[in-house]
Write a protein that binds this ligand. Structure first.
Ligand code: FAD
Ligand code: PYC
Length: 417
């Protein structure tokens, strides 16, 4: 057992979020929409917002089986960065970071985007080589990322212990200064508010049970537990469950769903200046504006739809955190939770059209889709509105799993999986 107190482990992980259900007005679905979006996470709500704002398409419903933002959007650890290896990813994630920078103004809702820098620690020669490769690639793509020596790591983030006698000594790090965090529930609420103000219906507590196709194979609507809803187009953004929903339209996706967990400590005064990630020791940490240390683990090693991760994984993570940051050894844990992430073979998303006319998909973000929220939503809205790929999401189609033109971002995912 680590020095973190485990006693409050089973406390009310999402009591705050449960209140959202009460705050959003209940809407009954109309019988027909131009576009139905399945999943009221940041990606689904964002797509509805951009459909309305940029394409004038407002006869849209966003349908969720739970409450808005109650999926991974309200469960993630809010790390935003764009230091991915391949050109295609750099374009997508940097597009998202560009949108993050103006998002509070755009939505007139403070999403608390904070450029505090994301520092990835290197512990081995392999880490050094991999990070340097990413840094070179990022620079060629105009994405900021810089190598720091161990002493420079310590100067940027004083709580890190860089003693060479450690089990995993810190030998340097890759720092993206433009990267940072945002407030996840504000993202869901900001997009929901913006979409709703433009006429979009947000329907909570309504599970989509099947996608229906007409005689010519094209989408005609969705079956829900509140009845059938006719739709000219359907976009599925149901992280963790997308393959189940898409399976009802006979579209098979190369996805596996895993629990990914995180926790927060009791709140303390500001003491941690940036985000630090260490994939070798399976842990990452930042401090929220409320003062809590936000700590996350790697995915559990088995597939599951459980929204709570395994105890050994989080214990391993806390041991690593206490080793890297000895000053946190006496902190107490406030709450922990899990989300279900869907993972593709190449750890990149599937985003765009499907073989079914009128059916679009946004999934496979694995452990890293929060940062992509505005970029994915923005380009998906374009694709749905025009029925054609956006230049940025064009490489992220389903076809790459048959052509073999994969976008292998396993190393850049930076979270053990
Ligand atoms: P969600 O927010 O999960 O929304 C999908 C919605 O679909 C849900 O609300 C769900 O209820 C709904 N749904 C599912 N099935 C149905 C159905 N049949 N009918 C109707 N509705 C349905 N990413 C990062 O970039 N940085 C991070 O630091 C980070 N940390 C993470 C930490 C944890 C613990 C977890 C779990 C994830 C983390 N992620 C992170 C990943 C990130 O949270 C997700 O990739 C992203 O939030 C996905 O957003 P979304 O809108 O697609 O999905
Ligand atoms: O993608 O940066 C990330 C991330 C951090 C924690 C989970 N995902």
């Amino acid at each position: 057992m680590t020095h973190f107190s485990i006693f409050s482990l089973l406390s009310n992980a999402f009591s705050a979020n449960e209140n959202w259900r009460a705050q959003w007005p209940e809407a009954s679905p109309k019988s027909e929409y131009d576009v139905v979006i399945v999943g009221a996470g940041g990606h689904g709500l964002g797509a509805a917002y951009y459909l309305a704002k940029e394409h004038g398409i407002t006869n849209v419903a966003v349908i969720d089986k739970g409450w808005l933002g109650g999926g991974n959007t309200g469960r993630n650890t809010t790390i935003i960065r764009s230091n991915y290896l391949y050109d295609e990813s750099a374009r997508l994630y940097d597009h998202a970071v560009d949108l993050w920078e103006g998002l509070s103004q755009d939505l007139n809702y403070n999403v608390m985007y904070s450029r505090r820098g994301v520092l990835m620690l290197a512990h081995t020669e392999h880490d050094v080589q991999s990070f340097r490769r990413h840094i070179h690639s990022n620079r060629l793509n105009g994405v900021d990322n810089a190598w720091l020596t161990a002493a420079e790591v310590k100067a940027y983030c004083p709580p890190v212990d860089i003693s060479p006698r450690k089990r995993y000594p810190v030998v340097g790090g890759a720092l993206q200064r433009r990267a940072g965090t945002a407030r996840h529930d504000a993202v869901a609420w900001g997009y929901a508010r913006g979409a709703s103000a433009r006429g979009v219906d947000i329907i909570q507590n309504c599970a989509v049970t099947a996608i229906r196709r007409g005689p010519d194979g094209a989408v005609i609507g969705v079956e829900t537990d509140k009845g059938f809803i006719k739709a000219k187009k359907v976009a599925v953004s149901a992280a963790g469950h997308t393959s189940v929903v898409m399976g009802t339209a006979d579209v098979r996706l190369p996805l596996e769903s895993y629990p990914l967990q995180a926790l927060v400590s009791e709140p303390v005064k500001p003491c941690f200046p940036c985000v630090v990630m260490s994939n070798s020791v399976h842990a990452y940490i930042s401090q929220s504006d409320k003062g809590e240390l936000v700590i996350g683990a790697g995915t559990d090693q088995y597939t599951s739809y459980s929204q709570r991760g395994g105890l050994p994984v989080i214990e391993h993570t806390l041991a690593a955190i206490c080793e890297m940051f000895p000053m946190f050894r006496r902190m107490r844990m406030l709450r922990m939770w899990g989300g279900i992430v869907d993972v593709t073979p190449d750890r990149s998303a599937i985003l765009g059209k499907t073989p079914v006319k009128g059916l679009y998909v946004n999934c496979g973000w694995g452990t890293g889709g929060f940062k992509a929220t505005p970029g994915a939503a923005h380009t998906l809205a374009w694709t749905v509105a025009k029925d054609e790929p956006h230049p940025i999401n064009a490489p992220f189609t389903l076809e790459r799993f048959t052509t073999g033109r994969l976008i292998d971002e396993a190393a850049a995912a930076a979270v053990a999986h």
